[in-house]
Write a protein that binds this ligand. Sequence first.
Ligand SMILES: C[S@@+](CC[C@H](N)C(=O)[O-])C[C@H]1O[C@@H](n2cnc3c(N)ncnc32)[C@H](O)[C@@H]1O
Length: 278
Amino acid sequence: MVYVNRTSDDGALIGRDLPDLSANRLGRALRTARDLGFSGIHATIRRHGFRETAHFIGRNLRHIIAHRIALAWDQRHGVDTAGSIQLDGLTIKGPNRKFGNECVCTSPQSFEFMTRFLPKDLHDYTFVDFGAGKGRTLLLAGRNGFRKIIGVEFAGELVKCATGNIAHYKNAAQKCRDIQVIEADAVEFVLPDGPLVIYFYNPFTREVFDSVMRNVVRSLKADRRDCYVVYGSSSADAIDWAGPAILATGCFTQVSTPPMPFFFDAVRTIRFGVFRLH
Ligand SMILES: C[S@@+](CC[C@H](N)C(=O)[O-])C[C@H]1O[C@@H](n2cnc3c(N)ncnc32)[C@H](O)[C@@H]1O
């Protein structure tokens, strides 16, 4: 697998050289349809049923539209955060590659919706994104007026991409510019002092999540401070086990939130929970 560390005209790192499953999805779908031919398509619909086929097409169309919106967002802000980047072939820190999920960034509208359930004044809080990917949430969180913003990411190529994005992000509404991404396995990361908002977008499986949450609880018990955990998931229904796991620590209460609305910029609708330290 080739990773070329290329830069755009203005010097921004282009992660589009990373293997991306979102790129040219429409072209691949049309090629598959052409290869199947009319009889092949007919047989496929008969095999899977009309409903399932319609669902499949709907899911793919949504993905294609969301990807286009993400590319436009990137262009507007001078960054590269779009795509579905597989971890195979990336340079991973630590032993937890097999527990990690692909890099797909949180949609801006979904992120804005989830942060509505946090305190209005966040100027004392540090935002930590475990599994920061290309760093889109780090850029988005900059509008929320956090004291500091930290991304933890174990794939070296994604860290480079996120670092380039932080350097090149253009947004006049940015209130916090103290943003950094740390190349580390989430289980090794030591939480900073002060109040926290901890964010997970389905970054890894239960094995790693439990061990990260144990570190979170240990840190909060050693140094009690305000803490919110926001957990979002879309590709797997990870919130179904992550939510109960957060509550099972005995330290958090779930904040009441409505379901996420449909947003065109999201490849799938995120299911999420917001938890506050009690
Ligand atoms: C679904 S993406 C989320 C990206 C970002 N948080 C967002 O919402 O835009 C999950 C990311 O977690 C990273 N990841 C998975 N396991 C990890 C681990 N053990 N330590 C650090 N990062 C990890 C993956 O490389 C991937 O970039």
